[in-house]
Design a protein around this ligand. Structure first.
Ligand code: TXA
Ligand code: MG
Length: 354
């Protein structure tokens, strides 16, 4: 299949530019598009065959449910039932934006879209291109991240082209995604609100609105605990994993740099290609030739924004051994470290007391 790539300028476009993409979605085809979090791979969420095509294009197990994207809070009622008051309060506070809510689904939502579950994930994105596509097509767009299963989520159109070119009908290139990490997921289908995936909207943000919200244990633990299975089916898969082995080093920044410098010296002497993921503040502490600066600790949004791009670059550059600083005590630490720990296969060491 030939994948058509169109560019849309988010600062200056007309609805007409979306007509071909809208027609593809209405006919059951697939269109990748930018959102404020990551690029999504969209299909008609009410069309079981479109959902099956999404799983096939990504190489994703079909028990891993999709998020349905809407353009108006009113659409909640068309897709969900038994909607608690907390859902409306959260929608008021965080939509449009990087929050996904899990609610009980209406029968109209096919099980192919929800991975066989009775609940459905819903998000109203803030990205103007995403919202225009949903509105112009009139389709409730089911969209997982537009990467091949197992690769880092795409934050630029180039990432989508790398993974899905030839497998889907169209890619809308709208430049790079603002946030760069997937949405925060909150489950409202049970007795109390549960955070299934940390993101730009933090536990503290949620608690300001709903009083108290618990993390699903599996998403914050530093090691995969035996018998603790993530509640969001997608969180259990190995994910975001680059080809090289990442080791995360925790501790005071000079101790971290000393340890990493010692390791990279050894590895380089053996002729192995190694690199270090560092914050701008600490860059000068490192000896290794290949430093991937991920962002600034004082502006942790920059770290979130670059994380997946850095992971992809490490692959592209064929780096075999990777060390990374740990990004703790930041507003977005849970969101950033949840992804980084998975990318490292939970290989974490502490530089102090060694
Ligand atoms: O920011 C985002 O959320 C992006 C953009 C495109 O909107 N989408 C995204 O989708 O990250 P995806 O499919 O890569 O991740 C969706 C996650 C998966 O871990 C899935 O298991 C979980 O949401 N999920 C979806 N429906 C669920 C449900 N009914 N119950 C529990 N978890 C669910
Ligand atoms: Mg994903």
């Amino acid at each position: 299949m030939e994948t058509k790539i169109i560019k849309i300028n988010r600062d200056n476009f007309t609805d007409d530019e979306f007509s071909e993409a809208a027609a593809i979605l209405k006919k059951g085809g697939l269109v990748a598009f930018p959102t404020e979090t990551v690029y999504g791979l969209g299909g008609n969420g009410l069309d079981p065959s479109a959902s099956m095509k999404i799983y096939a294009a990504k190489g994703r197990p079909s028990d891993n449910p999709l998020i349905i994207h809407i353009s108006d809070v009113k659409d909640l009622e068309a897709l969900c039932t038994d909607i608690p008051d907390t859902a409306y309060r959260l929608a008021d506070a965080f939509w449009p934006g990087p929050m996904t809510m899990i609610l009980k689904k209406r029968p109209e939502v096919p099980r192919e879209t929800t991975g066989g579950l009775d609940t459905v994930a819903i998000r109203l994105p803030s990205d103007i291109i995403a919202r225009t596509l949903i509105r112009v097509s009139g389709v409730y767009i089911a969209a997982p991240s537009a990467n091949s299963s197992g690769r880092p989520s795409p934050t630029k159109a180039e990432h989508v082209i790398e993974d899905l070119s030839g497998k889907i009908d169209m890619i809308i290139d709208g430049g790079s995604c603002d946030i760069g990490l997937e949405s925060s997921i909150i489950d409202l289908s049970g007795d109390k609100p549960m955070i299934l995936r940390p993101g730009f909207i933090t536990k503290e943000d949620f608690e300001r609105v709903v009083g108290s919200a618990e993390y699903d244990r599996a998403v914050i633990s530093k090691t995969p605990e035996k018998g603790v299975v993530a509640k969001a089916p997608g969180m259990k898969y190995r994910h975001y994993a680059p080809k090289g082995q990442i080791t995360i080093v925790e501790g005071e920044s000079h101790a971290v740099a000393d340890l990493i410098n010692g390791e990279t010296r050894k590895v380089t002497a053996e002729g192995t290609k190694c690199a270090v993921i560092v914050s701008e503040e600490n860059r000068s502490l490192y000896e290794c030739e290949r430093l991937y600066t991920i962002g600034k600790r004082v502006d942790d949004k920059t770290i979130a924004h670059h994380l997946f791009d850095v992971l992809r670059q490490l692959d592209e550059d064929g780096v075999e051994v990777i060390y990374s600083e740990s990004f703790d005590n930041l507003r977005l630490s849970e969101a950033i470290m949840n992804r980084l720990r998975k990318a490292a296969g939970y290989k974490i060491i502490n530089a102090e007391g060694r």
